[in-house]
Design a protein around this ligand. Structure first.
Ligand code: SF4
Length: 372
């Protein structure tokens, strides 16, 4: 399990190593066809900032070689904001006395139909808060069953599950799981996640092993940028990615670098800020580090920045996302988990990407490939 590997990697030593990287380390990393985590640390370090244009060109080259000009399009649907956790940065935390919504079956179908009217989406990400008693595995399985006639590729972003539960959901059409570790800083993890199941660091960090053991086809990873030193956190994610690739080599991986945006509880301010240039640097570094990994940008990022990065390394994008449950049809005005920045319609994103010479892809998976 990765938690055992992580015990061997010192957070402080890693931070020190990143900030000690030199011009020579960066040049060496840039000259390699295959980088290791040490090279990745050099590429995201301050020493690499003068090389950002070189990194952009390399990232573009590797992306074109592996993905062509395609951008895989997906849409998230929140089916509930009911949550038993207390993440201090999230408006859906249990102590927030807001109205909770758990979509009924009829409401889910209305959402699926409403999404299909926006654009020819085939990749659906079903998102929940974490409330296993009220919106647990049977509820998620039902949401997948109902989604199947409308979408060919179904992913979930829900609470970490057991291996058996992941396996069970693959029988309902599940193809991929996204789970953000939020931070790999174990010492500080509970500052942000003080109560509920999410406070259990090992259970969360080992969920990726369980996904791999269950044979989930696609695994998405991410850290929430804004909690801890982002260079160290993303390096830990790079270690994690390499570990998973070694152990679950049939699985496809994606990464995301969500930057914290204001939440409705208004209290939590990000501890660290990653500016656009730094996000570009880390995106290029990830592509140079791993030519095959999907790099995903959500609508948290601005339209202008997403367009720019779509030509340089990003391969997956959401569009016209609503971050409140039932946001497409049933309850369009309820409390969002976070504000989106790119507010274009899916059709506008589609058009803009084509204008940039990209090929937005709506369908890149067929339900006939699913586990039976
Ligand atoms: S981040 Fe997720 S688990 Fe945490 S409070 Fe928000 S919805 Fe719940």
């Amino acid at each position: 399990m990765f938690s055992e590997e992580l015990e061997k990697i010192s957070w402080d030593e890693t931070t020190k190593a990143i900030y000690s990287k030199t011009d020579g380390d960066v040049r060496r990393a840039l000259s390699k066809e295959r980088c290791n985590v040490d090279d990745f640390m050099a590429l995201i370090s301050p020493a690499a900032t003068p090389y950002i244009e070189t990194m952009a060109r390399l990232s573009q080259k590797y992306t074109l070689e592996r993905f062509g000009k395609t951008i895989s399009m997906f849409v998230p649907l929140y089916i509930t904001n009911s949550c038993t956790n207390s993440c201090v940065y999230c408006g859906f935390h249990i102590s927030n006395p807001m109205k909770r919504t758990i979509l009924t079956e009829e409401e889910m179908v209305n959402e699926y139909k409403a999404i299909k009217k926006l654009a020819p989406f085939e990749n659906l990400l079903i998102v929940t808060g974490e409330n296993p008693a009220k919106a647990g595995v049977p509820y998620i399985a039902r949401a997948l069953d109902l989604a199947k006639p409308y979408f060919s590729n179904l992913k979930i972003e829900v609470m970490p599950l057991s291996t058996e539960e992941y396996k069970e959901l693959t029988n309902h059409g599940l193809n991929g799981v996204i789970c953000f570790q939020e931070t790999y800083n174990k010492a500080n993890y509970n500052i942000y996640h003080p109560r509920g199941m999410k406070s259990k660091f090992e259970w969360r960090v080992n969920a990726f092993d369980r996904m791999g053991q269950a044979g989930v086809h696609s695994i998405g990873m991410g850290v929430l940028v804004g909690l801890e030193e982002w260079r160290t956190d993303i390096t830990m994610m790079a270690y994690h990615l390499r570990y998973l690739q070694k152990h679950y080599w049939k699985t496809k991986y994606s990464v995301n670098f969500p930057r914290m945006r204001p939440s409705e509880n208004g209290g939590f301010q990000p501890n660290v800020i990653m500016n656009d240039r730094e996000l570009a640097q880390v995106t290029f570094a990830m592509r140079i580090f791993d030519h095959d990994v999907d790099i995903s940008y959500s609508t948290r990022e601005s339209a202008e920045f997403r367009d720019h990065m779509a030509t340089l390394g990003v391969t997956t994008m959401s569009a016209e996302s609503k971050t409140e449950p039932g946001g497409y049809y049933s309850y369009p005005q309820t409390l969002e988990q976070f504000h989106v920045s790119d507010e274009r319609t899916a059709k506008q994103v589609w058009h803009d990407l084509q204008t940039l010479g990209r090929e937005p892809v709506w369908k890149d998976w067929d339900a006939s490939f699913d586990h039976k």
